[in-house]
Unconditional design. Structure first.
Length: 496
């Protein structure tokens, strides 16, 4: 028996048997060479340790696969980091280089096409729920606010109870659905503060608004870091906010955390030391933060700048480890407006935030997960030639299918004789006929064409991608239910 085991070990440990040589006349081709290099790189993927100390979950809100593909090309064609412009197709976003990838099913328990509340809840609690609900079980109603001990526990609650640090970064309002799913439990995602979106008659339910829940978050002494927009949900009208209950939650937060630091602009954030005692609350806009394409650097930090500070703060605050959720929240908002330029610019900035994470953390102790909560109905179509401006009109590749008529400028025309763009949306608000033609399609204010007229462009229901590296990243693969991401995190942290 021992001889058999020894022989088996020898077979496993021995040198690989040489196979036949690849005999083909195209070994000098660039694609052949890059293909061999890609396999060599995959063979060198590091087998990380089994246990993670830290977890970073990065969510590109609305960043479906079509958005990733288009943003990859956009990033090559519209670099603003001193890279030379490229055709774009050969480019990779920072997270596309990660070794472990899966497809994630995003449906809610009552919806084929999901919203951010239900999807972010699945990521943070390990169970799916209904559309519009944040961190409620699928069968729980507003009555569950009276028995909070029966609500699902979130990663943040579990982590803080074990002495870990917890931080949130978002370019959306910090009370918006995705960041709220880190710390809040509410049966209506619109109950962000006390204003018209949360009528006084409904407050008798006993459910605290989301902003109040951030300030009152209890496990482990409260949140260590929250950076984003949404200041109006924390201030009274007299202070420029929207709260009608007379409470100033910034003052309430500072009373609870006397050593905490509140900042409201990029200058205030850059002046902070990450090693400062006490938590940090940064609210940089009354509502969502400004799109990256329009941001004034003197007033609002970029997602990458917030990420850099958050990483340092988490390291200083979490000797027992940390959970950090970082959201590129405005990818979603640009898509809802049928505005491809800003959607891709936001994705580009999100990729740079991921690059900051990957360059900063120790991947032997930090699990990094990059995903989207849901997709959008962005499409890429029309046989554009290689290097065609991803935001521009289509010039067909020679010999491509569906040639159809072309304009004198060579642009492919649709059935109405109008030039077609590579990017369009399956639905969304129709604007005055011809209005979008007053702007070139690569203008940041151009609104892309839509197939169906609806109140606004909607989410898409197809799977989204999940990219992973670090401890237990090998558990990411195949097609997964969205709530399984929570269980990957739990396994990496050793939670049983």
């Amino acid at each position: 028996m021992r001889m058999m085991v020894a022989a088996a070990a020898l077979l496993v440990a021995g040198p690989a048997i040489a196979g036949p040589q690849l005999a083909t006349p195209v070994t000098g081709d660039d694609y052949w060479q890059s293909g061999r290099a890609a396999i060599a790189a995959r063979l060198k993927v590091i087998n990380r340790p089994q246990r993670a100390k830290n977890v970073i979950l990065m969510i590109g809100d609305g960043m479906g696969v079509a958005t990733v593909t288009a943003a990859r090309i956009f990033d090559g064609q519209y670099p603003d980091d001193k890279r030379a412009k490229a055709s774009g197709e050969e480019n990779l976003l920072s997270f596309e280089k990660l070794p472990n990838v899966a497809l994630i099913k995003t449906y809610n328990t009552d919806a084929q096409v999901s919203d951010s509340a239900g999807t972010a809840s699945a990521l943070n609690t390990g169970v799916k729920t209904r559309i519009g609900y944040i961190n409620f079980a699928q069968n729980q109603t507003v009555e569950a606010c009276k028995t909070p001990e029966a609500l699902p526990r979130t990663i943040a609650e579990l982590a803080k109870a074990q002495g870990m640090a917890v931080g949130i970064v978002s370019t959306a309002r910090i009370t918006h659905a995705t960041p709220a799913a880190v710390f809040a439990h509410v049966p209506n995602r619109n109950w962000e503060g006390t204003d018209r979106a949360y009528p006084a008659a409904e407050r008798a339910s006993g459910c605290a608004d989301i902003a109040s829940q951030l300030v009152a978050f209890q496990p482990g002494g409260g949140l260590d870091l929250a950076l984003g927009g949404g200041l109006a949900q924390f201030r009274t009208p007299a202070a420029g906010g929207q709260r009608d209950d007379g409470r100033d939650l910034v003052e309430a937060w500072q009373q609870r955390f006397p050593s905490g630091k509140f900042v409201s602009d990029s200058k205030g954030l850059s002046a902070l030391s990450a090693a400062t005692n006490g938590p940090v609350l940064g609210l940089f806009n009354k509502s969502h933060m400004t799109f990256e394409a329009d941001r004034a650097a003197t007033s609002e930090p970029s997602l990458t700048e917030m990420t850099k500070f958050a990483l340092a703060k988490m390291k200083a605050s979490g000797p027992k480890g940390y959970y950090l959720m970082i959201e590129g929240g405005r990818i979603d908002h640009a898509h809802h407006a049928s505005n491809p330029y800003r959607a891709l610019s936001e994705t580009q900035q999100f990729s740079r935030a991921v690059a900051e994470v990957l360059a900063t953390v120790d991947l032997d102790e930090t699990l990094v997960l990059v995903t989207a909560d849901h997709s959008h109905v962005l499409t890429m179509a029309g046989y554009p030639m290689r290097g065609n401006d991803i935001l521009g009109y289509i010039k067909n590749a020679r010999g491509g299918e569906g040639g159809g008529p072309t304009s004198p400028e060579g642009w492919a025309l649709d059935d109405h004789g109008q030039p077609m763009t590579t990017l369009s949306y399956a639905n969304g608000s129709f604007i005055t006929p011809g209005l979008s033609r007053l702007l070139p399609p690569n203008d940041k204010n151009y609104l892309a064409n839509k197939l169906h007229g609806t109140d606004g462009e909607s989410h898409g229901g197809e799977d989204v991608a999940l990219y992973a590296t670090g401890p237990r990243a090998h558990l990411v693969g195949g097609v997964m239910e969205q709530n399984v991401v929570f269980h990957v995190i739990a396994e990496a942290l050793g939670w049983k």
